[in-house]
Design a protein around this ligand. Sequence first.
Ligand code: ACO
Ligand SMILES: O=CC(=O)O
Ligand code: MG
Length: 529
Amino acid sequence: MPISAPPRSAQVLGPPGHRHEEILTPEALEFVGRLVDAFAGRRLEILKERARVAARLASGSPLDFSVATSRIRADGTWRVAPPAPGLTDRRVEIAGPPDRRTTARALGSAAQVWVADFEDATSPTWDNIVGGQLNLLDAAERAIDLGTPDDERHGPGEHRTTVVVRPRGWHLTEDHLEFDGRPAPASLVDFGLYFFHCAQRRIDAGHGPYFCLPKLENRGEARLWNDVFLLAQDLLGIPRGSVRATVLIETVTAAFQMEEILYELREHSSGLTAGRWDYLFSLIKTFGHRTDFLLPDRDRVTMTAPFMRACTDLLVRTCHRRGAHAIGSMAAQLPSTDTGVAEAVRATVRRDKEREAEEGFDGSWVAHPELVPVCREAFDARLGTRPHQLERTRGDVEVTADQLLSVRRIAGPPTTEGIRTDVAVAVRYFAAWLRGQGTIEHAGSIEDTSTAEIARVQIWQWLRHRVVTRAAVEDLLTAELDALGAEFPWAPLDDIRALFERTAMARELPAFFTTDAYGRRLGRHPEGQ
Ligand SMILES: CC(=O)SCCNC(=O)CCNC(=O)[C@H](O)C(C)(C)COP(=O)(O)OP(=O)(O)OC[C@H]1O[C@@H](n2cnc3c(N)ncnc32)[C@H](O)[C@@H]1OP(=O)(O)O
Ligand SMILES: O=CC(=O)O
Ligand SMILES: [Mg+2]
């Protein structure tokens, strides 16, 4: 590695674990240290800018497309990089945490892409983070036994599923790894360790170092990522443009900067994905104080709601205009062992994926291997043998700020059942997350960080607008904690209650429950330990 500057002093503060030394090598830490050195300061600026924008919007400033960047949007000549090997046909992308079981199943599935997820699907314990990197390294070295399905499809030992890594967002730190006494930005740890160990291996195998970037709020954040890619490639002597990154449009401010985000990343861009769950979370977080943004139960806010449809139409239009893939959203339903329910789930997911294919998406996400064929059939029906539908430029689409922000048509109070469900989802998910599990099934649906965030901000919003009383939420919380305690006597009920009260019932809404819970429980100085 041609690194000449003096190494930053790295300190690994996490507990040692099985084969951690293979990931946390001096060279890998030095590489991450170089990234931290170059970009930690800009990350802090980004977090300050997020807070400034949030405060402006909360005080009534309008959100609109920026005049300052109108030239980028008006210029019809620029395009993103052409699709990279392994990212041309992306009709099915399966997401999941990079634990051993999921890694093997995802790579052995018939999905074109595996999104190895350190963000919404992972509880960032140190062991999950380093263990996830080990699994990615083993996968890159073909050292993971996939069982028979992949071998049958591709020949023994050959992994064909393209690996795309989703690092944690800019808001998080990794407290178990410090450089010069400061916790490292989690995004740079996840990106840097994977890039160091696997970028060249992935290129040698005919693909490349590919990423999926979560929770961006504006084009400055895309520029920061682009600069990270440039430096990382230069440091390891990897040709510029080898990296590809798909950005999730999952914050309401990013929806107003889709063109700009693609533009900033254009030499490394592989498109945009519609992150429907975090998008809803972001919308409530940003505008939840306004009565015209009072939303009903989560299951009433579907992708056919006009403001959601405006976002996906704009996403497809923007991507295809720029030669980039447009990838659809995760369906929440999980397969069931009950045959009747299982068929209903498949039918619901099929309709969702058919709608996306019809709208012009080039592929979509699923949460479970059994849903891979469902998604595939929906896109096969539309794409046939074509790898994508980039040629559908959707020139008819014009989306205004008002369309993106008009939630009035589905606005309304929640039902009692909706409130109960949100309390249950938050409590159950917090319990899982605190013990190191980043996705759960609840009542037939997948719940992850993004849906838990929706649950707790909905409660906050309903309390704020007095459509539910504090006493009623307290009662539901107590009932849910009692039920959890009866099932799992060891669950840290007091911690879960306190986390819920701080993140769903406080006057001021914290931006993320994960930053609060990480600092208190998963980080280096857990409370009470
Ligand atoms: C909003 C967003 O960001 S979505 C992205 C983040 N969320 C996700 O990625 C969710 C991914 N899904 C999951 O984690 C899981 O499906 C869960 C936790 C919800 C359910 O998992 P399980 O309880 O293990 O389900 P189930 O028992 O039906 O799984 C059957 C097999 O499929 C595997 N499997 C389940 N989901 C996945 C997945 N997404 N990817 C790969 N393999 C999977 C299981 O590991 C299991 O493997 P095994 O037979 O070798 O043990
Ligand atoms: O990351 C995906 C989402 O829907 O959130
Ligand atoms: Mg998300």
